[in-house]
Write a protein that binds this ligand. Structure first.
Ligand code: FE
Ligand code: FE
Ligand code: ZN
Length: 277
């Protein structure tokens, strides 16, 4: 059974997202924990959370993915910005304890005017402060396209962060197909080699989720602009091979393609039709 969903707006709450997911034949989804540009989160509606948990159980929705605001920069050279990122992540993780057993994904950040090594050390510091041994959420580092000074432009940088985390069991990686393609990993012509390289550098056991996107730019462009499935340089066939790859097929897949619900529904249908089970 293919576990697939898309990014949904969290503005109407958890139950609304669950219902929306079902409407488009998704069995998981991703959402922002708060306004993607940061700021305060709405107070958690515990009644909504509890109705959602029942609904999700009854309808086979699982492994939902909470995405941190993409403006957080846990490796900024500015202590105030680092602090803000850490406090936001800590607050998100506390809230996510109400929906246990899921994932929290974040962008490692940009090291800007410092050495990448300093950035990596800051990210690991933040994680070592926010991870709690008893937490029920796995935190995922997202593979990045390497735009500007983004940390996570290759598997080695993610591995370096993971190596510095004191509770590695609480961590994993979310592989974004558009980002790795833009980062120079040829998942069209050499998917097996890229999967093998991920395994050698990070370990496939650490791979917990896939962001399934086409890319508006050619291999190695370091741009990060998502395209609809089949409308970019990666192409439909390569993305179908990805959902069917023996090392990946059991993972949850999340579409972050530029679509409204109808477009997501069509992409989910296409991928389900071409999933070998
Ligand atoms: Fe992301
Ligand atoms: Fe992504
Ligand atoms: Zn992206």
């Amino acid at each position: 059974m293919l576990t697939i969903g898309c990014h949904l707006s969290s503005s109407k709450g958890y139950l609304a997202m669950g219902k929306e997911a079902l409407k488009i034949d998704a069995n998981t989804f991703q959402f922002f924990t708060r306004n993607p540009r940061g700021g305060n989160a709405k107070p958690l509606d515990l009644e909504d959370v509890s109705s959602f948990l029942d609904y999700a159980r009854e309808n086979g929705i699982n492994r939902i993915l909470a995405h941190a605001p993409y403006t957080l920069n846990p490796c900024s050279g500015d202590e105030k910005l680092r602090d803000f990122a850490r406090r936001t992540m800590e607050d998100d993780l506390q809230r996510l304890e109400h929906t246990p057993g899921n994932y929290y994904n974040f962008h490692p950040g940009s090291h800007v005017k410092q050495e990448v090594e300093q950035g990596i050390a800051y990210i690991a510091d933040a994680l070592n402060q926010v991870l709690k041994p008893e937490q029920k959420t796995i935190v995922l580092l997202e593979t990045m396209a390497g735009k500007g000074s983004e940390v996570g432009r290759n598997f080695e940088e993610l591995r370096e962060i993971l190596d510095r985390v004191e509770q590695p069991g609480l961590m994993g990686v979310c592989l974004d197909t558009c980002h790795v393609w833009d980062g120079g990993y040829d998942i069209v012509e050499h998917l097996d080699e890229v999967v093998g390289e991920f395994d050698r550098v990070i370990g496939l056991g650490r791979l917990k989720a896939i962001h399934l996107n086409d890319s508006k730019n050619p291999l190695g462009a370091h741009k990060d602009r998502h395209a609809k499935i089949g409308e970019g340089y990666i192409g439909k066939d390569a993305l179908i091979r990805i959902v069917n790859h023996p090392a990946l097929k059991g993972l949850p897949f999340y579409l972050e393609t530029p679509n409204e619900l109808d477009g997501y529904k069509a992409e989910i249908a296409l991928l389900r039709e071409n999933y070998a089970g």
